[in-house]
Design a binder for this molecule. Structure first.
Ligand SMILES: [Zn+2]
Length: 216
């Protein structure tokens, strides 16, 4: 295990247990299928496509959970460097500033530091993906009507993690030698949201140039 990963696992604050798929369930099989095509070195653009005969919502649910786990881990590796002091505002460069809003403490969009914002963001996603009413684990339990809107919100928020990490902490990522890993995760994420049209083009703007260089 790399030093950076160890740090994540030792830090209670940033480490969240992975949401796992129960072996034997359809969702677990789908998760394995998605992993297998990635391991086989399949083109990421092809790997994100819905396999024949599978339900799109199942496929999307599996990927959302997987992206959450992976992006949470990526942020964990730089979180020691993302502080109230270094990042008093949750931003993506001087042009983009994100405000947090939820149904609890921050009913109005509120400017927060990046670490505060990230904590709320990860907590919020964790609640959504562990909510049986939104992400049912039992095969045959239908997905709710608001499944796609919730998924879109989760993915838009996860995208902001990439924006902040790429624009403000990429030197750290390079120092740790995890540039290729982060880029692969980003590309996979990008092709996926594009394939199913899950994030508004406007939201993708902060990384537009980088994306056009990276994803053809
Ligand atoms: Zn930061």
């Amino acid at each position: 295990m790399s030093h950076a990963l160890k740090q994540v696992f030792n830090k209670d604050k940033t480490f969240r247990p992975k949401r796992k798929f129960e072996p034997g369930t359809q969702r677990f099989e789908l998760h394995k299928k998605a992993q297998a095509s990635l391991n086989a070195g399949l083109d990421l653009k092809v790997a994100v496509q819905l396999p024949p005969g599978e339900e799109q919502n199942d496929w999307v649910a599996v990927h959302v959970v997987d992206f959450f786990n992976r992006i949470n881990l990526i942020y964990g590796t730089i979180s020691d460097y993302c502080t109230e002091h270094s990042c008093p505002v949750m931003s993506g460069g001087p042009k983009y500033e994100y405000r947090w809003q939820d149904e609890h403490k921050y009913r109005k969009p509120t400017a927060l530091s990046a670490p505060q914002y990230m904590n709320l963001l990860m907590d919020w996603i964790e609640v959504q993906i562990n909510n049986e009413d939104i992400f049912p684990t039992n095969v045959g339990t239908p997905f709710p009507k608001n499944f796609l809107p919730v998924v879109k919100k989760i993915l838009s928020r996860l995208f902001r993690v990439f924006v902040h990490v790429y624009i403000h902490h990429f030197d750290r990522i390079t120092q740790m030698g995890s540039e290729a890993h982060v880029n692969t995760c980003y590309k996979h994420f990008y092709y996926f949201v594009k394939e199913f049209n899950l994030i508004d083009t406007k939201e993708l703007e902060p990384l537009k140039e980088m994306t056009s260089r990276m994803c053809h």
